[in-house]
Design a protein around this ligand. Structure first.
Ligand code: ADP
Ligand code: MG
Length: 603
């Protein structure tokens, strides 16, 4: 027997889609306040949202007639025609949020429009209206949701731990606080003030956004982000990208907004990751806050009940724009880094001049007096020894940057090799920990790439050619790729039936274990996975060069000489990307003086 379901039951079923958890309630309530043009939004939460979620606003409010039907399904003031649906400017439009929420909670609304003197209070319990009465209240709306899902134990059981639910509530709050910096937002939990974010009115959205990011996440994030400002006729992208070095092991600082609406979109996040490609390792997640604006008619936001997923008319256009915006912005970031390093020198000079820097303190540098005397009189310098070495070093610094690439030399004030694996440098207020092998790998990689792009990898003849025996499959892949391998600086000839004689290899990896090197290259050539992953030939080339770079002379477990350390640091900081090795593992890890002091309870 088929029966028509009672509306109350329909609403409860619909609630399953709209109201997944406490944070979905908060999302709907805040969106309604934003749509009502509120400039103040206060959120009260009790017991992690399980006892109470309340949103109070100073928006337009509702008159009694509207308030009475607000919880009926499909009641909305926001759209009325199908054309409206294609050009949605408001956050809500489906007219089912309040109906769904009030079906699964104890719901109370107090509201007053500007025109009315007295407001309206309505209480609904599990979908049934209980009270409609007059109440004295300011213009605006207060909606309180108590004991969410208490009438649906199955759903309540479905919730995660209170802490997890609370975290979702916070993220929801963050989303709108970031997207609408011109609204004053307050968040209270168990009557305690958690956030109070006065409204901002800066010159640009990005400036307001940065201030909000600072209010929410602090200086640690804001001093390591760079603004995105990308414009094309069909898309505008604003927001911020985190420096590769502050990438996280979780995706918690990745927020994407489309026309101010927080969304989750695989196309966009993939584009961002591709933009960061090579700058961070695989299991790390970049920090980003991206605000994308496109014509609302070019995107369908009505594909998901909670409107958190969207469908683009032209996804590849979006993908390309985001990727390009990220790439361009990150390049600026890296250049900025390089510039900062350059500026180290005047700093050093000033410190020398003021006498704050003493030779005794800094045994790799000359005293102020010897330094300037020698430079000015051009007196020949005794070769060997600390002073002449460092003078040479410092003189190099004085030379202007060559070409248009930003070149700089870095003075390791103090350094130390530990565990025969890492180098630690003191730089300003930070300790930089460098993975010696990964760093050397990166340097070799970038040099090889440059040589390869210029058409020629520099090779060196082996004094004693190395003969390596190969099995059938290996022989075959070498035979197929011999010409190609020559381009990578590996020259070889057939030797007998089942061996090859290696005659030349790239000069930069002269000291490598040649057998192992050839083995690795063959593996790479036979690895179908990599071929799939790297669709373009250019990337496959990069991959082979990455394998070559692995065979750089500095390995972990090697004790390094002072000069080797200096060269490593200098060359590494000249790299386009000193932060991760070609395979994506991190190279540099920073420890801030403040963090250290905190550990010792000094700050
Ligand atoms: P939608 O937002 O999709 O229209 P809702 O169920 O969220 O549907 O809200 C129904 C209607 O209630 C809205 O269209 C709006 O007219 C009114 N409303 C809800 N919340 C508020 C509020 N905070 N201030 C003013 N009006 C509101
Ligand atoms: Mg709504």
């Amino acid at each position: 027997m088929i029966i028509k379901l009672h509306q109350n039951l329909i609403n409860k079923i619909a609630a399953g889609e709209v109201v997944e958890r406490p944070s979905s309630v908060l999302k709907e309530l805040i969106e309604n306040s934003i749509d009502a043009k509120a400039t103040n939004i206060t959120v009260n939460i009790e017991n992690y949202g399980l006892k109470l979620i309340e949103v109070l606003d100073n928006g337009s409010g509702m008159d009694r007639e509207d308030a009475k039907i607000v919880c009926d399904s499909h009641s909305t003031s926001k759209i009325s025609t199908i054309q409206d649906l294609e050009n949605i400017a408001s956050m809500g439009f489906r007219g089912e949020a309040l109906a769904s929420i009030s079906a699964v909670s104890e719901f109370e609304i107090a509201t007053k429009s500007k025109e009315e003197r007295i407001g309206t209070k309505i209480v609904i319990d599990g979908g049934r209206k209980k009270v409609i009465e007059s109440t004295s209240t300011n213009t605006g709306t207060k909606i309180s949701i108590k004991n969410l899902f208490s009438n649906i134990p199955a759903r309540r059981k479905f919730l995660k731990s209170p802490n997890t639910e609370y975290k979702h509530l916070l993220v929801t709050f963050f989303n709108y606080a970031l997207s609408f910096p011109s609204i004053h937002f307050i968040l209270k939990h168990n009557q305690k003030n958690i956030y109070n974010l006065p409204k901002l009115a800066h010159e640009s959205f990005n400036e307001e956004l940065k201030a909000r990011i600072n209010d929410l996440f602090g200086k640690k994030i804001t001093s390591n982000i760079i603004a995105v400002n990308y414009n094309s006729p069909y898309i505008q992208i604003l927001g911020f990208l985190g420096h590769p070095s502050i990438s996280k092991s979780q995706k918690s600082y990745q927020l994407t907004f489309l026309n101010k609406r927080p969304i989750m979109d695989r196309i966009i996040s993939k584009a961002v990751y591709e933009g960061y490609h090579g700058l961070i390792s695989k299991n790390q997640y970049p920090v980003f806050f991206l605000f994308i604006k496109i014509n609302p008619s070019k995107v369908d936001i009505n594909v998901h009940p909670r409107k958190s997923e969207v469908r683009f008319e032209n996804p590849s256009q979006i993908f390309n724009a985001v990727k390009q915006a990220v790439r361009e912005t990150l390049l600026k970031f890296l250049k900025q880094d390089a510039q900062e390093m350059l500026e180290q020198y005047p700093k050093f000079k000033k410190r020398l001049e003021s006498g704050r820097l003493k030779f005794s303190k800094l045994n790799t540098f000359p005293t102020q007096k010897t330094y300037f005397d020698n430079i000015q009189t051009n007196r020949p310098i005794r070769s060997g020894g600390l002073i002449s070495d460092s003078l040479k070093f410092t003189k190099e610094l004085l030379q202007p940057a060559k070409g248009n690439s930003v070149s700089f030399d870095y003075i390791p004030y103090k350094f130390l090799q530990v565990f025969k694996e890492f180098v630690i440098i003191e730089k300003d207020n930070e300790l930089l920990f460098i993975d010696q092998h990964a760093g050397a790998e990166r340097i070799t990689f970038e040099k090889l790439i440059k040589q390869f792009k210029n058409g020629m990898i520099e090779t060196q003849k082996l004094l004693l050619p190395e003969v390596i025996e190969l099995n059938k499959i290996e022989l075959e892949s070498i035979a197929q790729n011999r010409k190609k391998l020559e381009k990578f600086g590996i020259k070889m000839s057939i030797f007998g039936k089942s061996a090859y004689k290696i005659e030349e290899i790239p000069a930069l990896i002269m000291n490598s274990d040649i057998k192992k090197l050839i083995e690795d290259i063959i593996n790479e050539l036979n690895n179908e996975d990599h071929k799939d992953k790297f669709e373009t030939l250019k990337s496959l080339n990069e991959h082979i060069i990455a394998v070559l770079s692995c065979h750089t002379s500095i390995r972990s477990g090697m004790k390094l000489e002072r000069e080797e350390i200096e060269n490593l640091v200098k060359n590494l900081l000249k790299c386009n990307n000193p932060y991760s090795c070609p395979h994506g593992r991190p190279i540099i890890w920073k420890l801030n003086r403040g963090e250290l002091e905190k550990k010792f309870k000094r700050s």
